[in-house]
Design a protein. Structure first.
Length: 438
């Protein structure tokens, strides 16, 4: 278990400049955490380079981007994309003429999935094919990067790969019960983890979220050595999640969303950074706060940890700008509902015995329980109902603020990183935001 190590002070250094290269290791879709890093890299005058996960053809074969798709992707990134498909995971890989893991799952239904068994020898053959495919593509990408990063330049590799859920219908039904279900519709997350389906998902999570970070650092060893010998420096960052310290009863306390199935892969990601760090490679996983995104919306209740950021903004030196954030959030609530009432409801939620029992850092990630689901999912619904519209929530505003605050913190910290794993909690996010706007 990684020791909880929050970043407490705003980093001041800035290593990167014009002529240095920022490499996004993961394709940019929409707006997410990495946009803040890209903004910082662009402001520093760095050259922006990205990759693509590729696309699937009508027969599910992985392909590079078409000319039209490449133009659109490069416009979205604001830089050049190396057009070699870098799809991570092995759920759609298999030896020629054999079934891939997704096809092996096709017969699972909501009635039989817990009893269905997988052919693990075949799964391993598929994994080997997927890893070889990924590493072969990585070799091509690095060969192109060699010609794009000159001697003496600094390079920043930002790893953003995550996920890995096979696209099978049965999982959506299972996920709705595990992450949204209450009473008779509740399902134990442990039931999933103990099943063959769950074990496969965890394997693919590891491959996508964590192992790709290790492959990146190993694959760029010669490039890293060349740059360092010529006076440059190389940095690697990745996005983790391992709970967040938020204000509870006036103190910053660690808490977490439960059940975070991807947590096992995130801990593996942390270990990859720690192992690299021990070998002298400057690699850091930043455990970032809970936010609302299109992909996180299945995790009902994950957004509840966001609300205390409003209080943190005021506590960490907030002035007129912090007051303006409160006012904009007030405007989103139903008439007759005060923001103070909402925040009091969150305080009461965090003081509930059921919830306090899950503030156990050493036991992370814990399994869900019927009692947890009842309180968490119920509170989430009640809080959402306090808004004028379901598509305009306070947590949308707060998520955007978290994204804005993490970029500068990560970018500056990687100039002279202090540890292989760091937590960006609500205190440092609030300090950074107030510094930017006051």
């Amino acid at each position: 278990m990684t020791k909880l190590m929050p970043l407490r002070d705003i980093p001041q250094e800035n290593l990167f400049k014009k002529g240095d290269v920022f490499v996004l290791f993961g394709e940019l879709f929409g707006r997410g955490y990495v946009n803040g890093l890209i903004d910082e890299a662009r402001a520093a005058g760095m050259t922006i380079v990205g990759i693509t996960v590729g696309r699937r053809d009508d027969e599910n074969k992985l392909r590079a981007l078409t000319d039209e798709e490449l133009v659109e992707a490069e416009a979205n990134l604001g830089g050049r994309i190396i057009n070699v498909p870098m799809m991570a995971g092995f759920d759609l890989d298999a030896p020629e003429g054999q079934s891939n893991p997704t096809e092996l799952l096709a017969g699972m239904t909501i009635k039989n999935w817990q009893e269905e068994k997988l052919d693990w020898a075949q799964i391993e053959r598929c994994r080997e094919v997927g890893v070889k495919r990924f590493k072969d593509s990585l070799t091509q990408v690095i060969a192109e990067l060699e010609g794009m990063i000159p001697d003496g330049a600094n390079a920043y590799f930002a790893h953003t790969m995550a996920g890995g859920i096979p696209k099978v219908k049965v999982f959506l039904a299972i996920a709705n019960r595990i992450y949204k279900g209450r009473d008779k519709r509740f399902m134990s997350s442990r039931a999933l983890l103990d099943s063959d389906l769950g074990k496969l998902i965890l394997m693919n999570f590891d491959e996508v979220t964590a192992n790709t970070f290790q492959y990146l650092m190993e694959g760029t060893a010669a490039l890293r050595e060349r740059l360092q010998k010529s006076g440059g420096q190389v940095r690697y960052s990745a996005y983790g999640y391992h709970g967040t310290e938020i204000l509870i009863q006036g103190e910053y306390q660690w808490q977490t969303y439960t059940s975070y199935t991807q947590g096992y892969a995130k801990m593996r990601l942390e270990r990859a950074a720690e192992e690299a760090w021990a070998k002298g490679v400057k690699a850091t996983v930043f455990n970032c706060p809970e936010i609302r995104t299109n992909s996180s919306d299945i995790f009902v209740g994950v957004e509840l940890s966001l609300f205390p950021l409003l209080t943190a903004l005021k506590q960490e030196g907030g002035a007129a700008w912090a007051d303006a954030q409160w006012d904009s959030c007030r405007e989103l609530l139903e008439e007759g509902t005060s923001l103070e009432d909402l925040l009091q409801r969150i305080e009461e939620y965090n003081a509930t015995g059921v919830i306090t029992n899950f503030r156990n850092f050493e036991a992370w990630p814990m399994d869900n329980t019927p009692e947890l689901a009842d309180v968490m999912v119920g509170t989430s619904g009640d809080i959402t109902a306090m808004h004028k519209e379901r598509n305009a929530l306070v947590t949308d505003t707060l998520s955007a603020l978290v994204l804005e605050g993490t970029g500068p913190l990560m970018f500056r910290e990687m100039s002279n990183p202090t540890a292989p794993v760091l937590w960006l909690n609500h205190d440092i996010i609030a300090k950074q935001l107030n510094l930017m706007h006051n």
